[in-house]
Design a protein around this ligand. Structure first.
Ligand SMILES: [Zn+2]
Length: 474
């Protein structure tokens, strides 16, 4: 997320038939780790949804295919939609089936954002949800406003299993998302006059008439992403195709009131090219972003997609750069955002300004780092007497305020990366982050993974990272 700061290829998808083929192919091609143990397949989401803009209602049927861990006797899903109303009743799940048999399920946790299903089966599991989501009137990750609706965080999302299910409940601070890379195949039916901006590629859009209404069905394919982003509305759009190491990357920008959309698109293209040359090629075949009002934040990252909230021009363009940096740090290289938010936010914040340095604007880079330093120290001096905790490696529910979260993860996080940059020099710093990207692409990195990347360049920075992230005082 970008914080508020003081300063077809036409293809016809016969989804279910295709899924069987995909699962078989995935299993056959599943990579092995260095011990020869086969890695679990990526979860596959087959989502058939309708959006009714008059009722602000999503009706959906979603199948999730995944490999049940050997030690698991249940499956856990995040149902984050419930966090978007005080009554925690945004999602109404009418049925859950495992391998086509109806099963009982339990909704639990803070804000009723977790769902547990007992599983007596093993191997590949097919969990099917039938549900409705009524959008709140709110400029939020999930909600509708005057000209658009944000359809994010609405679907049941498989929790991460790392010996046990990671059932961290949704928090109102930070980005409470921790997901494995998954493949999404989506069929979305909605009014034909609504534009769709989304993760992945829109592989076809078919208009049709029903009950006197003009509708369309849009098919979306978004692979190797951690979470699906969709917004719909009365957007204008501009787009361009980049060539990144010989591969086409389609960049699309959907906007409502931006008076300089081509300049915004140019910033996105420049950031994708710059980070590709610096850290490694952009990890997806497309990037889509949309100008969408978002209360309390400058933007929000999703897989190969982002929303940017209207703000001052300079801040708006920095938010574009920040959310694009997240496609490397959160998107491709995942991290536990519930406990190590500094890993993606601190690095994306640093990269927002490092972009200026790489594109030849040293002054803007230096000024931004200085501003972050001053701002963080102001926060420290004012808040320390009332119990400010500067520890970086800690759960979202331990933060006293959004201000503390921003200071610790964005500002102190960016300062840690600036410290490493100054310590090892630009050439080795860039090489280390390139290695970090290469070694952890589509996986989940830890603080040790970051230290290991610097080790490949001859620097043992593990003690430095540990000292920064565990220091409660500064
Ligand atoms: Zn962010």
């Amino acid at each position: 997320m970008q914080k508020i700061m003081t300063h077809i290829k036409q293809k016809n998808f016969l989804w279910l038939a295709a899924l069987a083929i995909v699962v078989a192919a995935t299993l056959a091609l599943c990579a092995c780790d260095k011990d020869g143990k086969r890695q679990a397949m990526s979860p596959i989401y087959d989502l058939n949804m309708q959006y009714d803009p008059a009722a602000h209602l999503i009706s959906a049927r979603q199948e999730v295919l995944f490999e049940l861990p050997e030690d698991a006797d249940c499956a856990v899903f995040h149902i984050n939609a419930n966090a978007f109303s005080d009554d925690n009743d945004v999602i109404d799940i009418s049925a859950v089936k495992i391998d086509r048999k109806t099963v009982d399920f339990e909704i639990y946790g803070k804000n009723k954002t977790l769902l547990k299903i007992p599983c007596e089966t093993s191997g590949i599991v097919d969990v099917c949800f039938e549900f409705c989501v009524r959008l709140p009137f709110e400029n939020a990750r999930l909600g509708y406003g005057e000209n658009c609706a944000a359809l994010n965080c609405f679907y049941p999302s498989l929790a991460v299993f790392d010996g046990e299910w990671r059932d961290d409940a949704y928090e109102n601070i930070g980005d409470p998302f921790f997901c494995e890379c998954s493949d999404f195949y989506v069929t979305l039916t909605l009014d034909s006059d609504l534009e769709v901006a989304a993760s992945g590629e829109i592989v076809c859009s078919l208009p049709f008439e029903k009950d006197g209404k003009s509708l369309k069905t849009v098919e979306i394919c978004a692979e190797k992403i951690r979470d699906l982003g969709i917004v719909v509305g009365n957007f204008f759009s501009v787009s361009q195709t980049l060539s990144i190491e010989g591969e086409d990357v389609d960049v699309s920008y959907f906007y409502l009131s931006d008076e300089a959309p081509l300049e915004t698109l140019e910033r996105a293209a420049s950031a994708i090219e710059t980070f590709s040359q610096t850290f490694g090629p952009y990890p997806y075949p497309s990037f889509c972003f949309a100008e969408v009002p978002l209360d309390g934040a400058g933007g929000m990252e999703y897989g190969a997609f982002a929303t940017i909230s209207p703000s001052s021009r300079e801040y708006f363009l920095d938010a574009v750069t920040h959310e694009i940096a997240h496609q490397w740090w959160y998107g491709a290289v995942g991290n536990d955002q519930n406990n190590s938010a500094w890993m993606d936010e601190g690095l994306s914040e640093f990269c927002t300004y490092f972009y200026y340095r790489v594109t030849g604007d040293d002054e803007s880079f230096s000024r931004a780092i200085r501003d972050i330093f001053l701002s963080y120290n102001d926060f420290l001096s004012v808040m320390r007497p009332v119990g400010f905790n500067a520890e970086m490696q800690r759960p979202l529910n331990s933060y006293l305020s959004n201000g503390e979260y921003v200071a610790v993860n964005y500002q102190k996080g960016a300062l840690l990366f600036d410290h490493l940059y100054n310590l090892v020099g630009e050439k080795k710093f860039v090489a280390a982050l390139g290695e970090y990207f290469r070694a952890n692409k589509f996986a989940v990195a830890t603080p040790s993974s970051l230290a290991a990347a610097f080790k490949t360049q001859g620097f043992d920075v593990s003690a430095i990272i540990t000292s920064w992230i565990n220091n409660k005082d500064k």
